[in-house]
Write a protein that binds this ligand. Structure first.
Ligand code: AMP
Ligand code: ZN
Length: 313
């Protein structure tokens, strides 16, 4: 018989972080037993909600709102080339299938000290690694994109397989995005002002930051070349906030230009037959919330009045 073992808290404490960080985050998160996945307190969630409202107040005119599930079709991820770019981050849903007899045989393996997980079969779902991925096939499904293009407001609970004990890196985290689909000029006209607007949001909530050119964690040796190219072409900028340290600040928002990638994958085109470009501005909601608590303290009541006013807290 299997004896239940107590969850080891060593696997998800933050005691290796500087003392002030440890003291702050231990008031916000309760360990789940797995690094990068936590129970969140009501105070923490009130900040997430306040941030969401603040970001909504900057919603572009005409933006269409969609909220997505934490899972998305595996076929979509495959089609858009995620297996080449970021296979190390994938989390896929697997299930027990077959007859009731097959399923109970598999489940009984656990009680008998065996490995029930060897019977899991991949389902047609993966965990969503970014909030914007489901929007491109939806937009493409409408047919020819109107000349003014599209703007979307999307959000999802995202998963990335990057277990970590650092306070700013989760496996499961909330992402909010504004997404633009249009001509290269329309994407540029969208992205550039957003960098300035995002700085204004960070100013309003009392976060210090730098904005720098960045790259995605493309996989492997080819990935290193892709990352270099991405930097050279300035396709990604990040707004970085000193959370763990000033030397390695944390990307809390990102400003991405995907060029024609999603347009080609999903067949997004205008009436003239041009393949359209896409871009997005992404807000790491949990990173922004952690940055606020680390900057202003664990007790919201003690935060600067201006910050609380901006967040209506
Ligand atoms: P990216 O697509 O990597 O630019 O991610 C969009 C935003 O999500 C980033 O700017 C971060 O704020 C946030 N983010 C990315 N990875 C993580 C993670 N492991 N934990 C928490 N937030 C994350
Ligand atoms: Zn995006």
């Amino acid at each position: 018989m299997n004896i239940a073992t107590p969850i080891s808290h060593a696997c998800c404490d933050h005691s290796f972080e500087p003392e002030h960080l440890h003291a702050t985050v231990s008031q916000l998160f309760k360990p789940s037993g797995v690094d990068g996945v936590y129970g969140r307190t009501g105070a923490y969630e009130s900040v997430i909600e306040a941030l969401a409202a603040l970001i909504s107040s900057h919603r572009p005119q005409d933006a269409e709102v969609f909220r997505f599930a934490p899972v998305m079709p595996r076929a979509s991820l495959e089609k858009q080339g995620y297996l080449n770019s970021f296979p190390q981050l994938i989390g896929a849903v697997s299930t027990l299938t077959g007859s009731d007899r097959d399923i109970s045989k598999s489940a009984a393996k656990y009680e008998n000290g065996g490995d029930w997980t060897e019977d899991l079969k991949p389902s047609d779902l993966v965990l969503a690694p970014a909030a914007c991925y489901p929007i491109y096939p939806i937009a493409a499904g409408r047919g020819i994109v109107p000349d003014e293009g599209y703007v979307f407001d999307v959000a999802a609970d995202c998963f990335r397989h990057e277990p970590s004990r650092h306070v700013d890196r989760f496996q499961s985290f909330r992402m909010r995005e504004y997404v633009r689909i249009g001509t290269p000029q329309q994407i540029q006209d969208f992205r550039e002002p957003w960098v300035e607007r995002a700085k204004g949001i960070a100013d309003a909530i009392g976060l210090s930051y730098i904005v720098e050119v960045a790259n995605d964690p493309f996989f492997g040796r080819v990935g290193t070349m892709m990352a270099n190219q991405q930097r050279e072409d300035a396709l990604k900028f990040e707004l970085l906030v000193p959370v763990r340290s000033a030397q390695s600040p944390t990307a809390c928002m990102s400003f991405n230009y995907h060029k024609e990638h999603f347009g080609e994958v999903w067949g997004l085109h205008n009436a003239a037959g041009q393949v359209l470009h896409t871009g997005c501005v992404a807000f790491g909601m949990d990173r922004l919330a952690v940055a606020l608590f680390v900057t202003h303290g664990a007790k919201i009541a003690d935060w600067p009045a201006g910050v609380r006013q901006a967040l209506r807290l």
